[in-house]
Design a protein around this ligand. Structure first.
Ligand SMILES: [Zn+2]
Length: 339
């Protein structure tokens, strides 16, 4: 069963928001876009593994954690998928890369391009290191000892794994399709349980309570400031950032699309990229509206938590994203009206 489901990380959401608000004239825009595409590809590779992990996801005997990130010493380490049962733990590093992989006799990893090979960071060495860190982490937290296995999973259907004689890492590599067989082999290897139910519960509780999501200050990472961002409300149809507000309705001057809720995405971008609170005047600048009253109406309609009085009032980012709150509100209104 999933104890931590496979979700898009805050980093990916922030990169997407940042890219959509950078002018094409900014030389770092391409860098942001490349970074976004890489992280998204990684996520899609991980998400595609759900299909192969399904028997385990439906079993109560296995606990599955997607992207668990823990602090060990001064550094965080993150595991794409961690599988825990009463016999062993298994760390997975998942990559969806093409073309083919090549692992040589010296345990180095390469990607092969038309006969050329490019050396890259070895994913087996990476996941091996993560499993060691996990071992130390469990010791630090006085957990019962459990054997920890590790695997690099190639989740790209078309890319092949090639290796040279003498490579010792090949036993820790598999394609998505073979993953369940690999897990069965590990399972059969252990005749006895290593962890009691209580010990499994303790590890599970610790992992979830100590998990720290990768939620970066994305402007800082790219050496940008709020001044580098384009303000405005984005048209949901043509993506232009120039929607105009008039009597509760946003209209796109380019494609004439109308929306009553287009400001929600803009406000979420503000919270994701700039800071987790906003004043009336900051909202007016970011949404590019002049009227204090309209800005007030918008803020009130979103039921945001706030502090301070009158002009000094500051509205805060809700713990649940506004789009979710808005959806719940719309659904409950529909239910009330019996539609
Ligand atoms: Zn438009």
């Amino acid at each position: 069963m999933y104890d931590k489901v496979c979700e898009i990380s805050p980093r990916i959401v922030k990169l997407k928001a940042l890219e959509s608000r950078m002018p094409t004239s900014n030389s770092r825009k391409m860098e942001v876009l490349t970074e976004y595409n890489n992280w998204l590809k990684g996520y899609l590779g991980e998400k595609s593994l759900e299909f192969y992990l399904d028997p385990l996801i439906r079993s109560k005997d296995y606990h599955i954690f997607h992207e668990i990130r823990l602090l060990s010493g001064n550094y965080y380490f993150q595991i794409d998928f961690l599988i825990l049962c009463n016999k062993f733990a298994l760390a997975l590093e998942v990559k969806k890369r093409s073309p083919d992989w090549f692992f040589d006799g010296f345990n180095q990893a390469f990607l092969l391009f038309d006969g050329e090979k490019e050396e890259i960071q070895n994913p087996v060495a990476q996941v091996k290191l993560q499993s060691r860190k996990l071992k130390h982490w469990l010791e630090e937290h006085q957990c019962e000892e459990v054997p920890i296995h590790y695997l690099f999973v190639n989740s790209h259907e078309k890319s092949k794994i090639l290796y040279e004689d003498g490579n010792e890492q090949i036993k820790n590599i598999c394609n998505s399709e073979a993953l369940i067989d690999k897990i069965d082999q590990i399972d059969k290897f252990y005749k006895e349980e290593k962890l009691t139910k209580q010990a499994v519960r303790k590890i599970k509780r610790l992992l979830l309570s100590k998990h720290t999501p990768d939620d970066p200050d994305i402007l800082k990472e790219f050496n940008l400031t709020p001044k580098d961002l384009l303000p405005g409300v984005q048209c949901p149809k043509c993506n232009s950032l120039s929607m105009k507000y008039h009597y509760g309705v946003w209209t796109c001057p380019h494609c004439k699309e109308k929306s009553k809720t287009a400001h929600i995405k803009a406000l979420e971008d503000y919270f994701l990229l700039i800071k987790s609170s906003i004043t009336n005047s900051q909202l007016r600048y970011f949404l590019q509206i002049d009227s204090i009253k309209s800005a007030n109406n918008i803020l009130k309609s979103l039921n945001l938590p706030y502090s301070g009085k009158l002009k000094g009032r500051v509205y805060h980012r809700p713990t649940t994203p506004i789009t979710t709150i808005q959806l719940v509100k719309e659904v409950s209104l529909t239910l009330q009206s019996g539609k």
